[in-house]
Design a binder for this molecule. Structure first.
Ligand code: NAD
Length: 359
């Protein structure tokens, strides 16, 4: 029988991994024992009594770590000094390709670690796809964030004295976050262009009513799992020229371009920013991976002449309720799959970043 432990997130985290609704489902359907750290849901205003009413018991972190065999938290929430019994399984979202050092302590203590951002983008894994959940919310929030920093309007507004022009938005990267940003900007009445190195993204961009910027000579690999790959230097040069030309008539840029495990591609350089209209805003969701704009600083707002550049890869933290709902559903589906199919099945092991062999 499984014993699931829910431990509190680090203080910067606004979201929770598991809600009382999923606690109840897991207990009722699968007879999982669930222990929850005291004040677990406090950042969302969820009292402990909601968790106990759902069938869980409240406990201390050290107790949970000693007794549960599955530990769930969105972020790495284990201190360097904390002792973990061997073969305890940790489930979370660890961005291991970018932050391998965070994981050393789990290796040292022979824990097992599952990182849901490593799941393949297959039909079966869709219901557990935390990246799609969070990227969709971040893409949406990025546009709302841009409206906050922008001192003009998104839609065309006609009054008896003057007509205000609609904002011109450029979305870089048309994956999950980019498409949601396009849809949101369109709904607000902006004129939207988007660019992606994957040709297939063009159809999705156009179906949302935005214009797709195409650059010839891109490289795509069929074995890249639908993800982008790094481009050749001559392509990058053409890409830069075309984007710089577009930036001359762009008020807002939403950056979402990523290459799994690599530094994010630089798509907006200093020259490009310099030539943007005054009051322009850049929201860079790729900031944690280095950013798509060369001037981006992660978790900071950079003012370059009259242009504001915000670097934030975790905007879903500003929608903690919505994000927790989606995450809780994703984690529930993952744990359900683990219980029904065992931890050794292909899908579960695809997300496993630390196992017995590499400890
Ligand atoms: P991602 O977050 O890795 O990257 C975001 C976007 O940036 C991608 O569309 C990528 O092509 C683009 N990009 C990379 N380098 C670029 C560059 N130099 N210039 C412009 N754009 C660049 O990607 P994602 O949003 O996670 O989506 C990756 C793929 O997975 C997409 O094809 C998406 O449709 C697919 N997907 C499938 C499922 C599923 O369940 N089947 C779920 C989610 C996503």
């Amino acid at each position: 029988k499984h014993h699931l432990g829910l431990i509190k997130e680090p203080s910067y985290e606004t979201r929770v991994a598991f809600l009382p609704e999923e606690v109840k489902k897991l207990i009722d359907k699968y007879e999982v024992k669930i222990s929850v750290e005291k004040e677990y849901g406090i950042q969302l205003g969820i009292p402990d009594t909601d968790y106990t009413a759902a069938g869980a018991s409240m406990s201390s972190k050290s107790d949970i770590l000693q007794h549960a065999n599955l530990i769930l938290s969105i972020n790495d929430a284990i201190g360097e000094q904390e002792s973990i019994p061997p073969e305890t399984s940790f489930i979370g979202i660890y961005n291991p390709l970018f932050f391998p050092e965070r994981l050393q302590k789990y290796k040292n203590q022979h824990a097992l670690v599952y990182s849901l951002d490593r799941l393949p983008r297959t039909t079966l894994a869709q219901a557990m796809d935390v990246r799609s959940s969070l990227d969709a919310l971040s893409g949406y929030k990025a546009v709302l964030k841009a409206t906050d920093y922008y001192s003009k309007v998104f839609p065309m507004i006609t009054t008896a004295t003057k007509t205000l022009k609609p904002a011109r938005v450029l979305v870089l990267g048309a994956g999950v976050a980019g498409l949601q940003a396009i849809a949101t900007a369109k709904r607000l009445g902006a004129i939207v262009h988007a660019f992606d190195v994957r040709k297939a993204a063009g159809e999705e961009v156009r179906s949302l009513g935005a214009k797709f910027i195409e650059i010839e000579g891109n490289k795509e690999e069929t074995n890249a799992g639908g993800y982008a790959v790094e481009q050749a230097d001559d392509y990058k040069k053409r890409q830069q020229d075309r984007i710089n030309e577009q930036l001359l008539a762009t008020d807002l840029v939403i950056c979402t371009a990523n290459i799994p495990g690599k530094k994010a591609p630089i798509l907006v350089d200093e020259d490009g920013v310099k030539n943007m209209p005054s009051g322009a805003v850049i929201i860079d969701l790729a900031a944690e991976q280095g950013g798509n704009c060369s001037l981006t600083k992660n978790n900071e707002i950079v003012n370059y002449k009259s242009v504001k550049i915000l670097g934030d890869s975790h905007l879903s933290r500003e929608l903690p309720d919505a994000a927790s709902q989606l995450l809780s559903g994703n984690f529930f589906n993952f744990i359900k799959h683990m219980i029904e199919k065992g931890a050794d099945n292909d899908l579960i092991t695809a997300s496993q970043i630390i196992n017995q062999e590499n400890t």
